[in-house]
Design a protein around this ligand. Structure first.
Ligand code: ADP
Ligand code: MG
Length: 174
């Protein structure tokens, strides 16, 4: 049995992109909690936040995390999943948690190039690099607290995948 792998990190760090490739390489199923909860709710995240507020969305996110947690899965999570202490502990206790860490300029550049992939409502209404910088300042310590491994996500997707695989070998050997 292989523990689920939880990929955490800021919007744009590559959780979905890298997660799909990693799942294929490991013979695992790939699940995206944001996608899963939108399918389950039959609503977009924007609509959920509008109707239920961020608290309503966060409750659905925790339920999604619990529902998708199963062996042989790669789980890409939403950027704010680590805000809840329960979620941080849940992931650490039930799987291997990998933080895809990238600097603000890299994240902002990716989000600017592909704005439609960050379909979430803006958190602050500020310009993208400012928002990324503020959000990362608030969350970096929480990502690190939740993670078993921290991987440099500013590298090419293939290199990020191979670094995660090296970390997983360590995890499985210990
Ligand atoms: P997340 O799921 O963490 O929000 P995505 O996987 O959707 O991030 O990636 C956001 C954007 O950045 C996508 O357009 C993707 O193609 C690009 N991207 C992701 N990882 C990398 C990488 N390692 N190198 C270059 N571009 C990347
Ligand atoms: Mg994603």
């Amino acid at each position: 049995m292989t523990l689920p792998i939880f990929l955490i990190g800021a919007r744009g760090c590559g959780k979905s992109t890298v997660g799909r490739t990693l799942a294929l390489a490991q013979g695992c199923q790939f699940i995206d909690t944001d996608y899963w909860l939108q399918e389950n709710a039959q609503q977009t995240i924007a609509a959920i936040v509008e109707q239920e507020g961020w608290d309503g969305f966060r409750a659905r996110e925790t339920a999604a995390l619990e529902a998708v947690c199963a062996p042989s899965r790669v789980v890409a999570t939403g950027g704010g999943i680590i805000l809840s202490e329960y979620n941080r502990r849940f992931m650490r206790e039930h799987g291997v948690v990998v933080y895809l860490c990238a600097p603000v300029d890299v994240l902002a550049e990716r989000l600017q190039a592909f704005p439609e992939e960050g379909q979430r409502p803006t958190l602050t209404g500020k310009p993208i690099s400012e928002e990324v910088s503020e959000v990362l300042a608030q969350r970096d310590a929480l990502y690190r607290e939740a993670a078993h491994y921290v991987v440099d996500a500013a590298q090419s997707p293939d290199k990020v995948v191979s670094d995660i695989e090296a970390a997983l070998q360590l995890a499985r050997a210990s």
